[in-house]
Design a protein around this ligand. Structure first.
Ligand code: ARG
Length: 460
């Protein structure tokens, strides 16, 4: 018997069906059903022979899904109904007992929580891989000066290792965010039924333990309505993707002839179909280009959940593609970033030359005046005047004469030797001695900290 008097419109079926994308939840769905069947038997809700038939049938279904022989039918709305239909074909009427004390509402969110937990763990591990690559390259280039930039203008020199470690710390925080999402997804919704609980004295904690969840969602209404663990995952992924977009952007700049700071590995570059000389940083560009799509998935799922009355609404079916595509995208982006970082060749000479632009020492000259007693704002003005004189007469700061200096500041003219010392390249970096600064001793300290963070992440 059916409650309906006419068949579903084909366009409604296309709108309503999710099996084309939620089929990837089959391993979670099968694992969940196995745990559920075991619990039902343990609570004497089904018999031991029913349980065994269900488990054997689920094994056969899983085998078909694994080897690709599973016969999807046009009427299969989603993966849960497809599996139940097939289980009925293979195991007979006992299949009808599996859905005892369970609704598709708590079933689907449980699959999704399991899936989110797994992907968050994968992303967390991928962050570790990229952090290790960054730390390795940072150690290798802890002594290679390069220009640091603000407004993409040369600002102050830093060591390349210091610059690379900036990304290391971003990834360390991303890793904590993925670990957080993993924990948030680790609380079992199953057992909530449609929304109010079920008419059987089930054992949710046994199912949780069976499936590796740390506990159970305490409120059945919250359990079937909630998707914030997916928002947590997407938030972590969005921030991580945005970080990678900045790394990608810098790799694009650095590998241009204009910068000439880096050459990307061939394995992560493509050629041009028409210009034989070209080596394009496509992977780095895609780190930039992919980030907004991950951020959009986060915004979209917020939109789906926004103002949605409790509990389950079909809108929630829209959670999946956002989560899936974000996970696929961020994992690929992390792999690409790691591959490029591991293989990129830095042109230390070229970077050193760019960092040797004397104008970059302007702040250090101003600080000399400050140490001699001049207020910083005034010193800033004096040095700006010096830079202007030098630039206008096409000279370097060190080529200014004693009378040039005197024209700008008597104080400076009286300390010419110290000025000459400051204009020597090495002092610009080694003078940045504050904690977290680029001076070698501080950088060594930071590398040690990073090593600790990599091996034993701070709790987050
Ligand atoms: N395919 C559905 C989803 O992804 C499964 C849950 C359907 N539940 C329902 N009451 N119609 O959300």
């Amino acid at each position: 018997m059916s409650r309906f008097s006419e068949p579903q419109h084909p366009d409604f079926q296309r709108l309503n069906a999710s099996v084309s994308f939620d089929r990837r939840l089959w391993p979670q769905d099968i694992a969940q059903s196995r745990a559920h069947a075991r619990m039902l038997e343990a609570r004497a809700i089904i018999s031991a022979s029913d349980r065994d038939e269900l488990l054997a049938g689920l094994d056969r279904v899983a085998q078909e899904l694994r080897d690709g022989s599973f016969p999807f039918a046009p009427a299969d709305e989603d993966i849960h109904m497809a599996i139940e239909r097939r289980l009925t074909e293979l195991a007979g009427p006992v299949a009808g007992r599996l859905h005892t004390a369970r609704s598709r509402n708590d079933q689907v969110v449980t699959d999704l929580a399991m899936y989110t937990r797994e992907r968050a763990a994968v992303a967390r591990e991928a962050c570790t891989g990229l952090m290790a690559a960054l730390l390795g390259r940072a150690q290798e280039h802890a002594d290679a000066p390069m220009p640091g930039y603000t407004h993409l203008q040369r600002a102050q020199p830093v060591y390349l290792g210091h610059h690379l470690l900036a990304y290391f710390w971003m990834l360390a925080r991303d890793r904590r965010r993925f670990a957080f999402a993993e924990r948030e997804a680790g609380v079992l919704p199953l057992g909530a039924g449609a929304l109010a609980g079920v008419n059987f004295d089930t054992d949710r904690r046994a199912v949780a333990a069976d499936l590796g969840f740390a506990g159970v969602v305490p409120n059945s209404i919250d359990a079937v309505s909630g998707r914030d663990f997916a928002l947590d995952y997407l938030g972590a992924a969005a921030t991580c993707a945005t970080h990678l977009s900045r790394l990608g952007a810098e790799l694009v700049l650095w590998s241009s002839s204009e910068f000439g700071f880096a050459e990307l590995p061939d394995a992560w570059s493509s050629g041009s179909s028409i210009m034989p000389q070209k080596k394009n940083p496509d992977a780095a560009e895609l780190l930039r280009g992919k980030a907004p799509r991950v951020v959009a998935h986060l915004a979209a799922l917020h939109g789906v959940i926004h103002a949605l009355p409790l509990t389950y609404n079909k809108d929630l079916q829209e959670d999946k593609e956002h989560l899936f595509d974000a996970a696929d995208t961020i994992e690929l982006a992390l792999a690409a970033a790691t591959g490029m970082l591991a293989g990129v060749r830095f042109d230390r000479e070229r970077m050193r030359e760019a960092a040797g632009d004397e104008l970059i020492a302007a702040t250090d000259v101003a600080d000399l005046l400050v140490r001699l007693g001049m207020p910083f704002r005034e010193a800033h003005g004096v040095v700006a005047g010096l830079v202007r004189t030098a630039v206008e007469s096409s000279r370097k700061l060190s080529e200014l004469t004693a009378s040039d200096l005197a024209a700008h500041s008597a104080l400076l003219a009286g300390h010419e030797a110290e000025l000459r010392e400051i204009l020597r390249e090495a002092s610009w970096l080694e003078s940045k001695v504050s904690e977290g600064g680029t001076a070698s001793a501080r950088l060594a300290e930071q590398i040690a900290l990073a090593r600790g963070e990599l091996d034993a992440p701070a709790a987050g």
